[in-house]
Write a protein that binds this ligand. Structure first.
Ligand code: DP6
Length: 330
């Protein structure tokens, strides 16, 4: 089949990936973990044909220009693996703002990899798909799986043991909620790729980040298995603050937060004072994701929506991994 369509959900890290030990293969310094989120989905159709003279990529109705996330190079990587030299037309749509620290590159690269591999005639299992996806964008390798996922750091130089794997599927903990609070939809000033490279190169605390992330990962995995909300969410919040501490202490300093970000952080802490079970996490951008459980979702979501600077919220539950679907975008 020379045409295929895949869907992928975004994922939000509970233990962050921040820093590469190998930039070409995209190998992380620390193992990490995430929740795949329903409600933040990318759909991508890929067609190979000799009528195309070069790869063309259209994302949310706009022709994609080459940037540091080398989509064209990633398609070439898959073509090489499949032994085909036809060119691809790629059309991709996401139902949430891209490049604002909302993990759009995760769902984007996961859907792209799965659709391209299928259209190229490759028959890969999920582990192989996650290794392939990882080479396009690191965090995307986790979106191959649904529910709760870990990305193994691995030890090997060729990256063959650095892949994502399920911790528990979405039905293990259907009450877990990730409320994505959007305060800005602009493209971020410093990309995650550039930001993490600068952090590895100049942050004096980087080795402490790597060292302490190990215990965070163990706590988050144990917490997920036993459905211990406080254990998972409080570890995730602290892990996120440590990641931002490394960003802030690079040269030049990277500060992704804006006043509305702080507004939400303080509001979440206030909620806890009042007995609600809410914790926050943030990625390479100003938006805040608030973790809570179903029974307090409505109350927490309503309070977040009323905050100054909040444009909207998206309530996510544990979602599915990537899927091949029949309905093409073109
Ligand atoms: C802060 O996966 O976008 O969201 O591998 O360079 O494409 P590249 O980086 P990317 O970085 C994500 C960083 C993060 C944390 C996380 O999702 O684990």
């Amino acid at each position: 089949m020379a045409k295929a369509t895949a869907t992928a959900n975004a994922n939000i890290a509970l233990v962050k990936y921040w820093g590469k030990r190998n930039k070409d293969l995209i190998l992380p310094y620390n193992g990490n973990a995430s929740m795949t989120c329903d409600g933040m989905t990318t759909t991508t159709t890929v067609e190979f044909s000799d009528k195309y003279k070069e790869h063309t990529v259209v994302i949310n109705d706009e022709e994609f220009k080459k940037d540091e996330k080398d989509i064209h190079g990633h398609i070439d990587r898959i073509c090489k693996l499949a032994g085909i030299d036809e060119k691809a037309r790629v059309v991709s749509e996401s139902n949430f703002p891209v490049a604002a620290g909302l993990a759009s590159s995760a769902s984007g690269f996961a859907a792209l990899t799965v659709a391209t591999a299928k259209a190229a005639g490759l028959d890969l299992d999920k582990k192989e798909l996650s290794i392939l996806t990882r080479q396009g964008s690191g965090s995307a390798c986790r979106s191959i799986f649904g529910g709760f996922v870990q990305w193994h750091r691995g030890q090997k130089e060729d990256g063959s043991d650095s892949y994502a794997e399920s911790i528990a599927d979405k039905n293990h903990w259907p009450d877990f909620r990730m409320v994505t609070t959007i305060v800005e939809v602009k493209k971020k000033p410093v990309s995650s790729r550039g930001g993490m490279a600068q952090t590895v190169a100049t942050c004096p605390f980087y080795k402490d980040w790597v060292e302490t992330a190990k215990e965070d990962l163990k706590n988050v995995i144990d917490g997920i298995k036993e459905r211990g909300f406080e254990k998972v969410a409080s570890t995730a919040e602290f892990n996120c603050l440590k990641m931002h501490a490394t960003m802030i202490t690079t040269k030049p300093s990277i500060i992704y937060w804006i006043p509305a970000t702080m507004e939400i952080i303080h509001a979440v802490r206030q909620m806890r004072e009042e007995g609600l079970h809410a914790y926050f996490t943030m990625d390479a951008g100003p938006n805040v994701k608030v973790m809570c459980l179903k029974e307090q979702e409505n109350e927490i979501n309503k309070s977040l929506q009323e905050l100054e600077g909040v444009i909207k919220t998206i309530v996510c539950r544990p979602g599915d991994g990537t899927k091949i679907i029949e309905k093409h975008l073109f």
